[in-house]
Design a binder for this molecule. Structure first.
Ligand code: FES
Ligand SMILES: [Fe+2]
Length: 374
């Protein structure tokens, strides 16, 4: 098995480094919300979420409510969703504020560049300096149609620097060109980290997903770690023998001449964004914390449909019998939720981890511990 992970001693396995409190303690949760997410670029959606000037989309970055919008010039801007009067998070969801943003509470109004336009009963605020009461900016950058925000407008390192080797590992995929299927966010009764740890665990693929993933050569999975991020590449059994689970997708193979991009490529951008691609699809899977023991897994699946009149590709599949009745996502949810139950027990203890296949879990913990260190 090829691996770029830091070698650990031959005789050693990998280890689970976080204490069980990291999965339910309010204090640990607060530290993560205030520092872990603030130290990284955070996936906030796609450029197509805000096609028109004035369109905005809210995003919760750990403890920080934020939003990004498209201004009159078509540029993206990010702000903290905090009114400068009493602080209300005055926007929610998605919408359009082409004519300016008005906080619903006392009607303070902001321009699309964040500047305070005005506020009622001016005589009540002697000495208030409008120029110093604009919305607090964040930073926003994009990568092939994916939008990332940063709580700090002077974020150290651009998005592309932070991504490190991700673009090379991601390959030629271009989410900007794809069509998205309807979103079905999943409520999970588990700490947000459990879904990510499952996402980067190459060991369970052989077992938990024995019936739901056919056609990928798990034995030859190649892991890469770069900065705090991770990629696993799993080859196909034959150069153009697609996995069985892609059989019922009536959409195009995106790179018909390139076996590497027909195989499975799964990524994690630290701390909570999963990205995966197959021959016919691209998906983002974000594990969003909603409390110490609850989260939402928000998947955004994309395809490249055939165009009208286009001839269908001739494809062959690795057929190993029907995988009907198995659901990859439900299997992963079960694992996360049963681990959450276990971790409440004072007797919970994690045994050795697989030295290669579960090494990414240990690396994830190393990154968290390093980032949270005061
Ligand atoms: S809190 Fe926004 S106007 Fe008062
Ligand atoms: Fe899984």
């Amino acid at each position: 098995m090829a691996t770029l992970l830091k070698p650990i001693n031959e005789a050693e396995t990998a280890r689970f480094l976080l204490p069980r409190e990291a999965y339910f303690s309010g204090d640990w949760y607060r530290r993560e919300m205030e520092t872990l997410f603030a130290a990284n670029w955070y996936f906030a959606g796609f450029t197509r979420d805000v096609p028109e000037p004035g369109d905005y989309s809210c995003v919760q970055v750990g403890a920080y409510p934020m939003f990004f919008l498209r201004d009159q010039n078509g540029d993206l801007r990010a702000f903290h969703n905090l009114c400068r009067h009493r602080g209300t998070a005055f926007l929610s969801g998605k919408g359009n504020v082409r004519h300016g943003m008005t906080c619903f509470y006392h009607f303070w109004t902001y321009n699309l560049d964040g500047g305070l336009r005005g506020f009622p009963q001016r005589e009540q605020f002697p000495g208030a300096d409008r120029d110093r009461l604009g919305l607090r900016p964040g930073a926003v950058e994009t990568f092939r149609g994916m939008v990332f925000v940063h709580v700090d407008p002077d974020a150290q390192g651009s998005l592309i620097e932070w991504m490190s080797d991700f673009p090379a590992n991601f390959g030629p995929f271009d989410p900007e060109k794809y069509v998205e299927s309807p979103r079905e966010p999943l409520k999970v009764a588990a700490n947000w980290k459990l879904f990510i740890e499952n996402h980067i665990d190459g060991y369970h693929l052989f077992h938990l997903h024995k019936d739901s993933i056919h056609g990928l050569d798990h034995d030859n999975q190649e892991h890469s770690l770069y900065a705090d991020h991770w990629t696993v590449h799993e080859p196909l059994f034959g150069p153009t023998l697609l996995p069985e689970y892609e059989k019922n997708m009536p959409v195009k193979v995106m790179f018909p001449d390139e076996p590497r991009w027909q195989a499975s490529n799964v990524h994690m951008l630290f701390p909570n964004l999963g990205i995966a691609t197959g021959a016919k699809w691209f998906v983002t899977v974000q594990s969003i914390p909603t409390g110490p023991t609850t989260s939402i897994v928000d998947s955004r699946m994309h395809y490249l449909p055939y165009e009208d009149g286009e001839e269908e590709q001739e494809l062959t599949y690795y057929d190993k019998g029907s995988s009907e009745g198995t659901n990859l996502m439900a299997e992963d949810q079960l694992a996360a939720e049963r681990l959450q139950v276990a971790m409440q027990s004072p007797l919970f203890e994690c045994g050795p981890l697989a030295r290669n296949y579960e090494r990414p879990v240990m690396a994830f913990h190393e990154s968290i511990l390093r980032t949270l260190k005061p």
